[in-house]
Design a protein around this ligand. Structure first.
Ligand SMILES: [Zn+2]
Length: 70
């Protein structure tokens, strides 16, 4: 995944950003670890350390949305 690219998980559009010094305090919204990769994944103002975490967040969101509908 290159910085600047993005992809859509179910219910979610995720952007890939370079993990630069301005983002040095970025903490993953799923596993609560500091993002140490070259890139971070951002979606809806949330930061994720990996694609896996971003997808987990997408699945959780989808579940929430479904609950709201029914
Ligand atoms: Zn994570």
């Amino acid at each position: 995944m290159r910085p600047g690219s993005s992809w859509v998980t179910p219910g979610y559009k995720v952007s890939v950003l370079p993990n630069n010094h301005r983002m040095s305090r970025s903490v993953c919204s799923i596993c609560a670890k500091h993002c140490s990769q070259n890139v971070v994944y951002q979606c809806s103002g949330l930061i994720f350390c990996s694609r896996r975490c971003a997808m987990l967040a997408g699945m959780r969101k989808q579940r929430r949305d479904r609950k709201n509908i029914y």
